[in-house]
Design a protein around this ligand. Sequence first.
Ligand SMILES: Cc1cc2nc3c(=O)[nH]c(=O)nc-3n(C[C@H](O)[C@H](O)[C@H](O)COP(=O)(O)O)c2cc1C
Length: 236
Amino acid sequence: MQLKVVLLSLKDEEQQQAATRADKSPGHRILDLPQNVASLAVHSLNGSLRILIEGENTMDILVINGGMPKGGRTELLTQFIAKEYRLPYINISEIQLPLLTGEQEQWQLPAVISFKKKVKAADGLILISPEYHGGMSGALKNTLDYLTREELNHKPVALLATAGGGKGGINCLNNMRTVMRGFYANVIPKQIILDPDCFDYEDGTLLEESRDLVTKLVDELNMYVKMSHTLIVPRE
Ligand SMILES: Cc1cc2nc3c(=O)[nH]c(=O)nc-3n(C[C@H](O)[C@H](O)[C@H](O)COP(=O)(O)O)c2cc1C
């Protein structure tokens, strides 16, 4: 988890100076908290406390856009989530991993190395795909085939599908769930399908009901990400 919390007693002069220095560092913020809030976390320090938070996000979640068309609904949804929750994202249409042939050289491609590194570093994933003929997009499946359990073992993953309406989308979600299980990822229970009528095309956002669903999904993912930090993964 990228959230680094340091509890500092303001009675301690050395720690006060450390907090001041940290506050001036890029990517760090200092929050003053009342004693009763801070003492939920720590009760051995006296006086007022400060919490040092590294980075803007409280969670390190990577969004993967498995749609190919520029300006499509899957891209719109990805951008909405990335903006709303200030999360980094990958467009598979931009990284353009080649069709996996299994040749050794493919694993050395900078785009492949970088993709695997980003997925491994993330605390959780949001995977978004259009439903294509009852499954995820072929391009997304090809991209995911470059991953292994090493990047995804026990990683919390949230799934969203864009679909054409008429009750489509569930097969895409089931397909992604099955594939993620193959990596031993931990796909969370909530999942969402977004039909064409879930979008506000004027604003390039989502209609309110769909926004609420996305918020609940992200909240649940966040909960599983937090839980995953307390896991002691058993030996294989
Ligand atoms: C090749 C293809 C296959 C599709 N298959 C399905 C399908 O099986 N079920 C469904 O609900 N929608 C299907 N659709 C509709 C898309 O899922 C839907 O339009 C989605 O929003 C497309 O994402 P995009 O706007 O990012 O391109 C299909 C669309 C295409 C282009």
